[in-house]
Ligand binder design. Structure first.
Ligand SMILES: Nc1nc2c(c(=O)[nH]1)N[C@H]1C(S)=C(S)[C@@H](COP(=O)(O)O)O[C@H]1N2
Ligand SMILES: [Mo]
Length: 562
């Protein structure tokens, strides 16, 4: 099956495809290597993605969270995949003029992967391996693919001596019967091994591309890529701790949560539920690969400015007094009206006694907590010691913590935004000073101290809803964790502020639902709300963005009454 050299556009396409296949080989082989090593974070796509997250400027991060919320990572990976796809096609095209250009492109890819993997906070030297051998594999694949696509000479079809001289055809003075293109195939002109003129066929029929060889080589590369990718994924699943989590039985709390009052959930269709299920709980973190932490290997270190450094196992932790509390978490990136907040029943070990037992030195003002994946968060020490229910949580809504929410242990401190308190997969607490240590977000300009701002939003009706004139029920959620919500007011079209009815709550640390009845007249109307917390502070009208310590402003919803 020896064909004629391909036409021009086809040659461009096949060159681009060669780049694509080479990149696929890189990814597949790298995935396999990551799987063999059992280190998901060393796989190039994930390492580069994680590096990208770290380098993301604050505005872009806010943009991503604002538009994609908890799906921000999927969007990032899709974007990265698209970028790689384009780069691979370009590399393929480059390799058409010179194979070396393509090889250099692939090597650059490999270097980016190696650097990304080695600069992860928990990197080890072996993490360079997947990207490095992935790059080598792709270079080998590109070379093989380029060779296979080079025209071959078929001896039986070399022009017999009585044919017209090559020069005629080559210079286009004689057009063969079929009107074929007469110049030498482009591969020859540019290829490293120029074919001698005297073997050039008159019509290109004597030499051509061995399509079978091209297809076999291509199929081989695809096979390696797919097999590597699949095997790598399977191997990486070895580290998955879901089945360990499913079997884990947590002890009951010695100090159970106060019952949630019957009316805490207002009965309004479409209203947010008072308790957020684990499945619906918002997720915000920098972990592209979920850390898989086996509780049997988990330890917690408490060290730094303490008299007695502590190292404890998960069993040690569970032997302590467990408390259960309803606490609403919220994210500093939450916008006015946003939904980056959730309320769960947490089971955990109080942090204050644990720290006191370690013996905190005078002058310490910060707990720098570190997660299994190297994330750092800083928490003002006084917010842990002032009597609130700061805890190392192990359970969420009656189950062990979900892996995405910090299994096997995370911090929860009522009243503080998540980025300064809610360390998931926590393994290390360093008692220190703000002047000495800075955490991840603080280094990026976010505030060191970030109490949750007093907030309220309208959940029902939805923005731009169409409602029938008459009596309309408004309902929403307000929070000011650890200060409590004392009032929510609502307003229509800059009219007078009216008090909403507040639902009962189990304590100061959860959000609070509110309802109001509105006699709606036809037309377009703007509804607004604002909350006042237990210290008398009212949510201000002035809009501030989430950076650097949380958004402010009144939430408003426009509805059409018909
Ligand atoms: N290890 C780790 N813990 C983390 C984060 C993170 O990126 N890594 N993000 C924090 C932020 S910004 C928030 S808002 C909360 C969110 O907790 P959730 O995902 O369980 O809702 O976790 C906090 N804990
Ligand atoms: Mo957050």
């Amino acid at each position: 099956m020896t064909g004629k050299p391909a036409t021009r556009p086809l040659r461009w396409i096949t060159a681009a495809l060669r780049g694509l296949l080479a990149a696929a080989a890189a990814m597949g082989v790298a995935e396999l290597a990551a799987g063999v090593l059992g280190r998901a974070s060393s796989s190039p796509l994930l390492a580069v993605g994680a590096g990208f997250i770290d380098l993301t400027p604050v505005w872009l991060k806010d943009f991503a969270i604002r538009h994609f919320g908890s799906n921000d990572k999927t969007v990032l990976l899709i974007g990265l995949g698209a970028g790689i796809l384009v780069a691979a096609l370009v590399i393929g095209l480059l390799s058409r003029s010179r194979l070396a250009f393509g090889l250099i492109g692939l090597a650059v890819f490999g270097i980016v992967g190696v650097v990304a993997a080695l600069t992860r906070p928990v990197a080890e030297p072996v993490d360079a391996v997947p990207s490095a051998i992935g790059a080598l594999a792709s270079m080998a694949a590109l070379t093989l693919l380029a060779r296979s696509a080079r025209p071959t000479v078929n001896p039986s079809r070399i022009r017999p001596p009585e044919s017209p001289p090559a020069g005629q055809a080559a210079h286009g003075t004689v057009t063969p019967a079929g009107g074929e293109a007469t110049g030498p195939p482009e591969e020859w002109k540019n290829g490293p091994e120029r074919r001698p003129k005297d073997t050039e066929p008159a019509s290109g029929a004597g030499a051509g591309i061995d399509r079978r060889r091209v297809l076999l080589t291509g199929a081989g590369v695809v096979g390696v890529a797919a097999a590597g990718g699949i095997a790598g994924r399977v191997l990486l699943r070895r580290g998955d701790v879901s089945s360990i989590r499913a079997k884990l039985r947590l002890p009951p709390p010695a100090n159970p949560a106060r019952p949630v009052p019957a009316g805490a959930q207002v009965r309004v269709p479409g209203m947010t539920s008072f308790r957020t299920s684990n499945r619906d709980f918002y997720r915000v973190d920098t972990a592209l690969v979920l850390p898989q932490v086996d509780p049997r290997d988990w330890t917690l270190r408490i060290h730094g400015m303490v008299a007695h450094p502590v190292e404890m196992s998960f069993d040690d932790l569970l032997r302590r007094t467990l408390v259960e509390r309803d606490i609403t978490l919220s994210c500093v990136s939450n916008q006015v009206g946003g939904d980056l907040a959730g309320n769960a029943r947490w089971l955990g070990v109080p942090l204050a006694p644990l720290l006191r037992e370690a013996g905190i030195h005078g002058g310490a003002d910060q707990i720098l907590s570190r997660s299994f994946d190297g994330m750092t968060l800083s928490t003002p020490i006084e917010t842990i010691l002032d009597g609130r229910d700061a805890m190392l949580a192990v359970g969420m809504n009656g189950e062990p913590l979900p892996i995405a929410h910090g299994f096997p242990a995370r911090m929860v401190v009522p009243g503080l935004y998540g980025y300064v308190s809610a360390t998931k997969w926590v393994t290390d607490l360093k008692v220190t000073r703000f002047a000495t240590d800075q955490a991840y977000w603080t280094k990026r300009g976010y505030a060191e101290r970030a109490p949750i701002k007093t907030f309220s939003r309208i959940d029902v009706p939805r923005p731009f809803a169409e409602v029938k004139a008459g009596r309309i029920t408004l309902a929403g959620t307000a929070w000011a964790q650890h200060r409590g919500v004392d009032a929510v007011e609502w307003q229509v079209d800059n009219g007078p502020w009216r008090q909403a009815r507040l639902a009962p709550v189990p304590g100061l640390d959860t959000w609070r639902q509110w309802v109001a009845e509105w006699d709606a007249a036809p037309g377009s109307h703007t509804l607004r709300c604002r909350a006042t917390d237990g210290t008398g502070h009212t949510q201000p009208e002035h809009r501030e963005p989430p950076f650097p310590d949380g958004a402010t402003g009144w939430h408003s919803v426009v509805v059409t009454v018909t």
